[in-house]
Design a protein around this ligand. Structure first.
Ligand SMILES: C[S@@+](CC[C@H](N)C(=O)[O-])C[C@H]1O[C@@H](n2cnc3c(N)ncnc32)[C@H](O)[C@@H]1O
Length: 238
């Protein structure tokens, strides 16, 4: 049988895909790596269907490997005898814990079939939440900016894990970027904040991303001309 890696989307229960919901309904057990993904999963499945896994809050690689090995040992028999799901926020293949599980299963339980159900990632949800259009022809890069890091280079970037917005902001502004921050976008848990003022989000909150765009970027989509024409004709009427 199968282990499904299901992307739950950014946090609101109704941004789970139809396929994700159908599979959550059909599996025997649903594992989640954290409190938030568990809360979203509970919008769709009974608590009795949630399986428990214990993940230490650590970067120690030995401890992480031990924890993932234990998780795989718990999940593998469930996915052999029936169907199981492992849920993550966003998409399971974008900066996600699911990769650890898949690699560990491949190494120690290669008989387990794995199938992934994509989810609405923060990397797409941000565009609507921040009212940003990535026009045809534009480039967009993904980076991590934990602990005040301020990666630079590409014309436009989405920065994940912005845990020290003031420090990240300083580096980016100095390097010539305009930056907008989005915290807890499409999430019911906690306050959603969209701002270009890092002092409004100086308190650490892991669920924060940033959109950085080079200040001197001059992009003029063909249809931008309509707004100029409209403005000119209004002036003519006055
Ligand atoms: C480990 S990554 C997981 C990304 C996830 N797999 C996805 O596809 O969206 C966690 C980072 O994603 C970003 N993130 C995830 N959900 C978010 C949300 N609802 N609002 C703002 N940022 C979010 C934050 O930068 C957070 O630090």
């Amino acid at each position: 049988m199968t282990l499904y890696g299901i992307g739950l989307g950014p946090g609101e229960g109704d941004l789970v895909t139809v396929r994700g919901k159908e599979i959550l309904d059909s599996v025997d057990v649903v594992y989640s790596p954290g409190r938030l993904s568990r809360t979203v999963a509970l919008k769709h499945v009974e608590e009795s269907k949630i399986g428990d896994l214990d993940f230490p809050m650590t970067r120690d690689e030995d401890k992480l490997r031990t924890a993932w090995k234990a998780a795989a040992e718990e999940i593998a028999p469930q996915a052999r005898e029936g169907d199981a799901a492992f849920v993550t926020l966003g998409d399971p293949n974008i900066y996600s814990t699911f990769g650890h599980l898949r690699r560990t299963l491949d190494a120690f339980h290669p008989e387990v079939e794995v199938e992934i159900v994509p989810g609405v990632s923060a990397m797409t949800a941000f565009a609507t939440a921040l009212d940003v259009e990535i026009e045809a022809g534009a480039g967009l890069s993904l980076r991590e900016a934990a602990n005040g890091h301020a990666p630079t280079g590409p014309d436009r970037m989405i920065l994940f894990k912005v845990t020290d917005a003031p420090a990240t902001h300083e580096g980016l502004v100095e390097a010539g970027y305009d930056v907008t921050y989005g915290r807890r976008l499409y999430m019911k848990q906690g306050e959603t904040i969209i701002t270009d003022d890092p002092s409004e989000i100086d308190e650490r909150d892991y669920y924060t991303l940033a959109y950085a765009v080079k200040r001197d970027l001059n992009i003029e989509p063909a249809t931008a001309k309509f707004a100029v024409d409209e403005h000119d004709s209004e002036e003519g009427e006055a």
